[in-house]
Design a protein around this ligand. Sequence first.
Ligand code: FES
Length: 511
Amino acid sequence: MEINMPQFPEPYWRADSQNSEFPSLSEDTKCDVAIVGGGIAGITTAYLLQKEGKDVVLIDATTLMNGTTGHTTAKITSQHGLIYDEFIQHFGKEKARHYYDANEEGLAFIRDLVSKNQIDCDFSQQDAYVYTNDDTYIEKLKKEDQAYEQLGIEGGLVDETSLPFSVKRAITIRNQAQFHPVKYLRFLIDEFIKQGGKIHENTTASDVATGDNPKVITREGHKITCSYLVCATHFPFYDKRGFYFARMYGERSYALGVKTKKPITDGMYISAEDPKRSIRFTPLGNENLMIIGGEKHKTGQGINTSKHYEALAKFSHELFPDAEIAYRWATHDLITLDKLPYVGHLTENQENIFIATGFRKWGMTNSTNAAKMIRDAILEKENPYRELFTPHRFYADPSLKKLVQENADVAKHLIKGKIELVRRKPEDLKVDEGSVVTVNGKRAGGYRDQDGQLHLVDTTCRHMGCEVEWNDGERTWDCPCHASRYDIDGNVIEGPTTKPLKKVEGDNNAK
Ligand code: FES
């Protein structure tokens, strides 16, 4: 079967809003709160604090909503896969219920804001489902159902869904929601600006001078002096011995925007088993677009990433024989050792620097809750979720096992990259092809662009020295160790690294 797909990735949510609107920072400035990172966590925090009378400056290294927020499937739900039975086992009933409450509050915040302000963002209430067609998951669904009962979650097991195929079992949480995240955040941005907030796009934070009044130092050398700093950059751009790179790992997953004459217009779905399949619709003019997601893998470890798009396309055609794939995109998620986000002080003795990260694949509710938590901390108000999400917690089970597992994986990839035999040469690369190649006897990364121009980089990751791998679906260099990502010229897309890949000299036109 021949599959037609857009040549370049572009998320449906950002199809109309690729351009910068706000000037980059061109001088030193001062404010009460500096926020680095213009995704849903940063924008919601900025909106809330400016509304409380704080003077807030928000900066982003590229354009707003260009990271995970613009690449999500945008389900607003507390159903995060099969998680509640696991959370009860690891943390106890009270903490599991706390997690549910925090996410329900995130959902309620979005729902109330949309309704009060009539925000035109394709918001609709939907039931969320995890379904299975694999017998080995039936028992897990039953356990999850018992967890729902213990925690008082409205929902439970069902045998029927609106999916166009039968399922062996599914578990639902009622009254969840979905929306268009960029349209929603546009409202928050407009309100933030109306209240006097300032935004600077294309402004990269490269360092922090700590102290009573921390200073964010931009790549161009400008300083933002503030009373509080919030790192909402996905991976914290400033680690300061928080060792977040060893406490989180990155996963890539993929999504398609699919046009069909027979969309599913009821419910939001995800499979229990792997490969994951996420299914929801979103209004598109007078019609509906299906968002089909899944195919997760650890960053830098999904060689031939275009195969993941192909697998989703095949699944879409099975569901909808008339499927027309209008959009494709990938997203990057950070997962903590115990699967709970990190929200709070960057380090225990750094009371005026906050982070919000590790939302797993469920950033809409988790990041909205994180924004409320950071607002409360800065306003010195109590927040019931502070202890649950503090980045300084450590639950031996499951964190210890995961820490050992992750570090063994890093060691394996560190060694593997160094001893791999590379046979290809830059002249072997066709147009729009990238690969690890040999240049002057050394390992390098090469990509030949649409104009035939060769882009060569040193493949040694500038974070801790692992070897980056080519991601052909996104045309990026991704690190298998701690998930740093770089563009074809080695510029940083995702941390923990803050330094670009080194350039390699070569014959640019050699073919
Ligand atoms: Fe840590 Fe590459 S991200 S070595």
